[in-house]
Design a protein around this ligand. Structure first.
Ligand SMILES: O=C(O)C(=O)C[C@]1(C(=O)O)C=C[C@@H](O)C=C1
Length: 383
């Protein structure tokens, strides 16, 4: 066969794979309906195990190795679970508007832009994008009704918590209605033909700069230019047309501005993942069929053991905590507000009781939201 003929055959096979994946997705949505009517949880890891083992067996007979088959189907199953969760949540909360207006940091190509696309393409037919210059502007856009939702980065595996967002959550009346994690792959991006040895200036968002601090320490005589977002940095490099000025950001985003990758994998940590939250004016209920997370803030006062006592309440009710963060309280030096994420549904009996007890124990407590957990740990095909 000629090269062109082989490529045509590969393209046809890929088209068939896509049609089959689309058919599988529709079946998964039908499964969600069936599970709702039978009061069954969306995730069934025993079924996933059985599926993976039988696919690995079948794969062997087709000369496809177990590792390849497992990786492929873990992605397919994750998509299936997230599609089902989005559908069930949408139905429960009556969110079936085909168009959503979403505020996020930066413009097209910023990390928040990709997170917005990832989250809302499962939930709406069209996204009206409201790129903003600051976290305050993003939150204002939703508070004033200019946007329906905001997508905000809250923590990163390299740089930790994003304090500014935590501080904003203390004062807003918006609720957290969703979360998502998104891998962040920082690249050095420049105009075509840029010579790495002649770089004078690196542009990006302060969080991105922090996540690549070790790489940047290795560059001498280079000025760091802090921008509002990684997409603002791309736009600047494009506009200035000076090959000694480069940006750090995502490859896909840089390409939208005609920039080329000079170096990949700049982050301090290999697994550089950001967690984003989605906020809206109205809180949501999380369907029983979906694992939920609840985030609340509390001020326990400064008496000895106050925090321990509060955390014991969670333990006594069998509620597990996935995150504990403290932030200073504005205007009250040395006093701390605690942010707590727990793996529980706000409507669970245990959670209701725990909150009642915490109400009596703490000086201030406020639930920031209860939302579906995006943590879809892949099932491993173990016998
Ligand atoms: O079979 C089911 O119960 C499904 O929901 C489908 C499916 C899949 O995509 O194969 C997805 C989620 C479950 O955890 C198990 C399997």
């Amino acid at each position: 066969m000629e090269l062109n003929e082989i490529r045509t055959a590969i393209s046809e096979t890929d088209q068939q794979l896509l049609s089959l994946l689309s058919k599988r997705r529709k079946l998964a949505l039908a499964v969600a309906e069936a599970k709702l009517s039978q009061n069954k949880p969306i995730r069934d890891q025993q079924r996933e195990q059985e599926l993976l083992l039988s696919l690995i067996e079948k794969g062997k007979s087709l000369e496809l190795d177990a590792h390849y088959v497992t990786r492929l189907f873990q992605v397919v199953i994750e998509d299936s679970v997230l599609q089902q969760q989005a559908k069930v949540q949408g139905q429960l909360n009556g969110d079936n508007s085909p168009v959503v207006r979403v505020a996020f940091l930066g413009g097209q190509g910023s990390y928040s832009y990709w997170a917005t696309q990832k989250y809302f393409t499962r939930r709406a037919e069209r996204i009206i994008e409201l790129g903003c210059d600051s976290f305050n502007e993003i939150v204002k856009a939703v508070e004033t009704g200019h946007a329906d939702y905001a997508v905000l980065p809250i923590e990163n595996t390299s740089s930790g918590s994003i304090n500014e967002v935590y501080d904003i959550l203390q004062h807003t009346r918006l609720s957290i209605v969703g979360e998502l994690t998104h891998p962040i792959e920082h690249c050095l991006l420049g105009l075509p033909g840029t010579d790495l040895t002649k770089i004078r200036q690196v542009c990006s968002h302060p969080q991105v700069i922090a996540q690549c601090s070790q790489f940047l320490l290795g560059l001498t005589n280079v000025k760091i230019d802090y921008c509002e977002s990684s997409s603002a940095a791309f736009a600047k490099v494009k506009e200035l047309q000076d090959p000694s000025i480069i940006a750090i950001g995502g490859e896909e985003g840089g390409k939208l501005y005609g920039l080329e990758v000079l170096t990949r994998q700049l982050a301090n940590q290999k697994a550089n993942i950001s967690r984003f939250i989605v906020v809206a004016r109205k809180s949501v209920n999380v369907a029983k069929a979906i694992p939920a997370k609840t985030t609340f803030i509390m001020y326990t006062g400064q008496q000895p053991g106050a925090l321990v006592e509060a955390l014991l309440v969670l333990k006594q009710h069998g509620i597990s905590m996935s995150k504990l963060e403290s932030r200073p309280i504005n205007g009250n030096p040395w006093e701390e507000m605690f942010y707590v994420d727990v793996s529980a549904n706000l409507n669970d009996y245990a959670m209701t009781r725990a909150l009642e007890e915490l109400n009596n124990l703490t000086k201030f407590i406020k639930v920031l939201g209860c939302y579906p957990s995006d943590d879809i740990t892949p099932t491993q095909p173990e016998r």
